[in-house]
Structures are given as C-alpha cells and as structure tokens.
Design a protein around this ligand. Structure first.
Ligand code: CP
Ligand code: NVA
Length: 301
C-alpha cells in the first residue's frame, strides 16, 4: 500500500491487515512495549480545516512510533497563498517521509500523491474521511467480534462520512442503510456500487432504516465549509436525529458511533450520546491506533 487516498482504493484484505496491525499497536501501547517502527521519519501534516482528533492523533502517533510530525496550517504555508499543489508535493518530498492532508477537494489529495514521491494520507476531504472509518471499523470489531451479518444505519447528511462508511462497510460485507433527506444523497458512484453489491439501501424513513440495526452512526448536519448553510440545513434535516425513538427500534445491544465533534440537540440528543459515550470515545481513541497502523503500512520500508 503506497498511499491512503480513499478507502475504495483498498482491498478487504488490506483493510483487515490495517485493523490487525492497529489492534497489535494498541496492545503494545497499553502494555508499554516499545514500538518505534518509524524511528527518524517525519510526517508533514497540512491542514486547511480545523481539527482536534486528527491533528492530535497523527502527531502523538508519529511521536509514539519514534518519528516526528510537522503541523502546517495552510494559513502559514505558501500553499495558502496559491503555490501549486504540484510544487508543494515536490518540495515536501525532498524534506519529509510522508504527508497527511486535510482539505476541501479530493483532487488536491490525489494530486499531492501524483506529483510527490512520498506516501500521502487523506485526513478528510469534502468527499471522504478514510482514517475515521478505519477507526470506526476497529471499534465495531472490538465490540461485536466480527463484521459478519452486521447492519449499520447512518442517519444524516450523505457527506464525507457517509461516503467512506459505504466504502468500508461494502468492502467488509456489512449491510449499510443510509437515511438522508432528498438533495443530500451520498456520492452517486458509491451508491450505484453499494447497491450492485447488494449491501446498500437508501431511505428517507429513519425508523425503517434504523430497525434491527447493530450500529447507528451519525454526523453533523453542516460540515466544515458549510457553516453558511447551517440554518437551512437545520430545517432540511428536521427528523433526521438519533434519539430515543430511533434507538427503540434498533437491536437491544445496538452501538452508537459518531465521528465527533457532535452537535447535541441536532443530529443526536444529549441523552443518546451520553448513554453511548463509552463506544463513542473508544472510537475517538481508536483514531490513534488505526492511523499509526496506516502510517506504518505506508512509511515503513
Ligand atoms: N472526527 C474528526 O476527524 O475529528 P477532528 O475534526 O477533530 O479531526
Ligand atoms: N462531516 C464532518 C466530519 C468531521 C470529522 C465535516 O466534514 O466537517
């Protein structure tokens, strides 16, 4: 595996291999077993959007692996003043061993990989969030033991999270239902592929979608960059909330996952979030372990 640009690029075997390494790295960390697999390596982290989890988990992850991470906000580097992605890729390739990037356009991530000579990891674009879904899959396996026969229901915007969840679930054979309002559907190519594989359903009926779910997943109604649409979206997403009524039709042992940050009272109620805080914060923790596994896979020679 050379890069992590989107989950759809990986085979099921590659995803499982990342998850297995993530479990191993988590075990080693919890048992104080040294694991400096990236000693002396440097990761450049380009951020055009805010972040708590992604920034801290990549930076701490590199440190734990014996390497170093550079936080590069596009407000501070020349990329933000218009220096081309192709030039940024070629310059960074001379200094560092890998690049993590969080930005708007998926094509910018793909171009970094195309013009640079070092591994590129996608830390979120408007199109997808592969690192988050690797952590989600790791958490699901920790709680449920395997992926076989599971049903995941995503309620909310057909955004970057929905797209990566479709990719990850369909690759691993998890049944996925996406409940979103008209006009907010996930990527049409992913939808066509998921349906063809017989594992994806779309519905506007939240209770029908949530029925008998093993995992309910949600995300904010207005993503980063969509702040100006927040009021319109509050109206459009009315009824697409994870609340007690939705949980009452899911399986008794249904997990709730949220990539965070959460807007209590919008996509999820305070009570449901707090009732499922254990798995939601395990999920946040697993960003660290899953991303360390990705970094080792792409950066260790
Ligand atoms: N879930 C996630 O990516 O969080 P941050 O925006 O804080 O990085
Ligand atoms: N859909 C959200 C995910 C945040 C982790 C966003 O893009 O802002």
């Amino acid at each position: 595996m050379k890069h992590l640009l989107k989950l759809a690029d990986l085979s099921a075997e590659e995803i499982i291999s990342i998850l297995n390494l993530a479990d191993q790295l988590k075990f080693e960390l919890k048992n104080n077993i040294e694991h400096k697999r990236l000693k002396g390596k440097t990761l450049a982290m380009i951020f055009s959007k805010s972040s708590t989890r992604t920034r801290v988990s990549f930076e701490v992850g590199m440190y734990q692996l014996g390497g170093n991470a550079l936080f590069l906000s596009t407000n501070d580097i020349q990329l933000g003043r218009g220096e081309p992605i192709a030039d940024t890729a070629r310059v960074l390739s001379r200094y560092v061993d890998g690049i993590m990037i969080r930005t708007f356009k998926q094509s910018d991530v793909e171009d970094l990989a195309k013009y640079g000579t070092i591994p590129v990891v996608n830390g979120l674009t408007d199109y997808c969030h592969p690192c988050q879904v690797l952590a989600d899959l790791m958490t699901i396996r920790e709680y449920k033991g395997s992926f076989k026969g599971l049903k995941l229901c995503f309620i909310g915007d057909g955004n970057n999270m929905a797209n990566s969840l479709i990719a990850g679930c369909v690759k691993l054979g998890i049944n996925i239902t996406i409940c979103c309002p008209k006009g907010y559907l996930p990527d049409e190519n992913l939808v066509a592929w998921g349906k063809k594989e017989g594992l994806l359903k779309l519905t506007e009926n939240v209770l029908e979608g949530a029925r008998n779910s093993d995992i309910i997943y949600t995300d904010v109604w207005a993503s980063m960059g969509q702040e100006g649409e927040a009021e319109k979206r509050k109206k459009d997403f009315n009824g697409f909330q994870v609340n007690d009524e939705v949980m009452s039709v899911a399986k008794k042992d249904c997990m709730v996952l949220h990539c965070l940050p959460a807007h209590r009272g919008e996509e999820i109620t305070h009570d449901v979030l707090e009732a499922h805080a254990k798995e939601i914060f395990d999920e946040a923790e697993n960003r660290l372990h899953a991303q360390k596994a990705v970094l080792v896979k792409v950066m260790q020679k």
